[in-house]
Design a binder for this molecule. Sequence first.
Ligand code: C5P
Length: 224
Amino acid sequence: MKKNKIFVACDTTNISKINKIIHKIHNPKLKIGYKFGLEFLNSKNGRAFLSKIKKKIVFADLKLHDIPNTCSSAVKAIKDLNLAYLTIHISSGLKALKAAKKVSGKIKIVGVTILTSLDNKALREIGFDKDVKKLVLDQAKLANKAKLDAIVCSAQEVKIVKKVFKKEIITPGIRFSPKTNDQKRVLTPKEAYKNGSDWLVIGRPLTKGNIKKNLDKLLDHLKQ
Ligand code: C5P
């Protein structure tokens, strides 16, 4: 049986909450990885926790966005952790992507395209005049050129990305209830898998409130 793959976004600084998430979110139908982002990685106990974590698929959502030398130095600096995936913004540019990839060893380098919290209006505000889909396509081409291992994009753009990028596709902005929070380009888990996402990233819809109930709701949604 092919399992549905999900990265749970562990967006908290609270270690006991993280342990609760790890303990409660599992099911034979799911393959679970754990995504730790800026909040946890910058917290006092975050790095120490990750240095001890065992037999888990760990995704460090560092979202590097810097010059080539700083990006490659940052990858080297975090290599002591047992990471499976690490992110860099594709807008860091081709040289930075290549520099990060060159020193990453076994860690899969994941290129982040336009954030799922941005829509065309928000993009224009920061001076990006192209349509979001065109921007994501250009960025996917760059990720391919830099031989990155995976891409993060909205599930709405998976089909576009697949035309030029043949490796793993990871999609945040996943919702199985009407509440979208700060996300703009969202899809449901079923739609995301149907479009060809390899991994979904799900945070608040699973981790806020009653985790068990949230997980049951997700499993029901996937069954329908
Ligand atoms: O709570 P929610 O499901 O919106 O969490 C989504 C997670 O994915 C967050 O940790 C966020 O930082 C991350 N992410 C994202 N959009 C991207 C890249 C990463 O939402 N483009």
